[in-house]
Design a protein around this ligand. Structure first.
Ligand code: UDX
Length: 437
């Protein structure tokens, strides 16, 4: 099928490349010149494992191209909206400027029978509003909402082999036609018997925010248990294992630590709260504010443990921070707990040196006041405390005996409960975990 993908960020660039890889003819469109030039030359503007290979192969096949000109979308039958919906400044609500701008720009290029497919995460009610806008334009095009559940770090795999497909479609013939078009787009996943939910716009929009709200709640639940473990002497990691054996609970997303961040979970739960309040049901999701607070308290806890563990005034003390991205296998520092901890420690006067396998450049742009090093040895040398805040494999495999020879004081704060505490202690370290004795 001929497809356009409007917005070529983490979501759109992956979607465009993956769709071309699956055999569709794709044009990716973005207003950012630099991004489009990079993608056209086969360079990915962000770190995503597997994407460079798929991008290069799709470009070589001739089925994928990129442009800054929205007019290039003309002639495509399906148009994916993959622009960002960040948190509004000074509010919890989602900023829909980019979604609205993309649809408005696309309208003159739509033909009868075209399908506009929303992938961006939006407040419930947005799809109905956009569908009305498309209908008013008189083009004869329709709208569907097809939320995206990809995880950064596994984005290519999640796009090519999703664990489920959700189509929010209009009622009647238009909706039936949308299903046929989407089934053709996702023919490979459909053939693999991927579970499919065909529903209305509102449900499709809500599925996405509900999924992210659930995941965020699960993480904050275990982090709340972590807080209780800290005042009762229990071990939250063993608690998570024990409750996780119950198949109804499950062990995944029960890792207590410095908490969640990234471009989705934090802003999605906030936008959900704001939308529920607009709808007069703020009380239904009021607990999400608590989920957010628990999450942010964990960052403070890591800072407090560091101050405590230093055993000397923090001013001018060298603190080695291992990790900047919001999770491993990503260079994304949006709302990153790791970067937040580094910034807070610097604010307290620490001489912070931070390292990360991929995220240093993104962190530097936002926080040039921090010192960065791409070398773990240099980061650790002379440190009065070491703080691990992103569980990259390369940090997990640091030999505590070797690290002990580099630092000034053998104090480690494991903000992801990812190190082998016994091994670190045996090598002479004072080890602090979160929610662990
Ligand atoms: C998330 C959703 O998982 C995905 O389905 C959606 O499409 C977009 O948002 P992503 O932002 O890539 O994906 O990250 P995810 O893997 O969900 O992790 C989110 C955050 O939670 C990370 O900061 C991670 O470190 C943290 N986390 C995750 C925990 O603190 N504990 C856990 O047990 C799991």
């Amino acid at each position: 099928m001929k497809i356009s993908v409007i917005g070529c960020g983490y979501l759109g660039a992956v979607h465009a490349s993956a769709m071309a890889e699956l055999g569709h003819e794709v044009v990716g469109i973005d207003v950012d010149d630099a991004k489009i030039s990079a993608l056209s030359e086969g360079r990915t503007p962000f770190f995503e494992p597997g994407l460079p290979e798929v991008l290069t192969s799709a470009l070589a096949s001739g089925r994928l191209r990129f442009s800054t000109d929205i007019a290039e979308a003309a002639g495509a039958e399906v148009h994916f909206l993959a622009v960002g919906t960040p948190q509004q400044k000074g509010s919890y609500a989602a900023d829909l400027t980019y979604v609205d701008a993309a649809v408005t720009a696309l309208l003159p290029h739509l033909d009868a029978g075209d399908l506009v497919v929303g992938k961006s995460t939006v407040p419930v009610g947005t799809a109905a509003r956009l569908a009305a806008l498309i209908a008013e334009s008189g083009s004869g095009a329709s709208l569907a909402w097809n939320p995206e559940f990809l995880r950064e770090g596994f984005a290519v795999q999640d796009t090519i082999s999703p664990d489920r497909l959700v189509y929010g479609v209009a009622a009647g013939i238009a909706g039936e036609r949308s299903v046929v078009q989407l089934n053709e787009i996702y023919a490979t996943a459909i053939a693999a018997e991927t579970p499919l939910v065909v529903t209305d716009f509102a449900t499709a929009e809500l599925v996405k925010v509900a999924a992210n709200a659930f995941l965020a709640t699960k993480i904050s639940f275990i982090n709340a248990m972590s807080e209780i473990a800290e005042v009762s002497g229990a071990d939250v990691t063993q608690l998570a294992d024990a409750i996780g054996y119950d198949a109804r609970i499950g062990r995944r997303f029960l890792n207590a630590g410095v908490g969640f961040g990234g471009g989705c979970l934090p802003k999605d739960i906030r936008a959900f709260t704001a939308r529920a309040e607009e709808l007069g049901r703020g009380d239904s999701v009021a607990f999400l504010k608590e989920v957010d607070s628990i999450n942010l308290r964990r960052r403070q806890r890591v800072v407090d443990l560091t101050v405590e563990g230093l055993g000397r005034p923090i001013f001018n003390a060298k603190v080695a921070v291992l990790g900047l991205s919001f999770k491993p296998h990503s260079d994304d520092v949006r709302d990153s707990p790791a970067l937040d901890v580094a910034v807070q420690l610097r604010g307290l006067g620490a001489d912070v040196v931070a390292t990360d396998p991929q995220a240093i450049e993104n962190a530097r742009v936002r926080h040039p006041q921090l010192s960065y090093s791409s070398d773990i040895e240099e980061t650790l040398r002379g440190a009065a405390a070491v703080v691990l805040v992103t569980e990259w494999p390369v940090f997990k495999s640091i030999d505590p005996t070797w690290a002990a020879t580099l630092v000034e004081t053998k104090t480690i704060i494991d903000g992801r409960n990812t190190l082998n505490a016994a091994e670190w202690r045996a090598a002479g370290w004072t080890y602090y975990g979160l929610g662990r004795p």
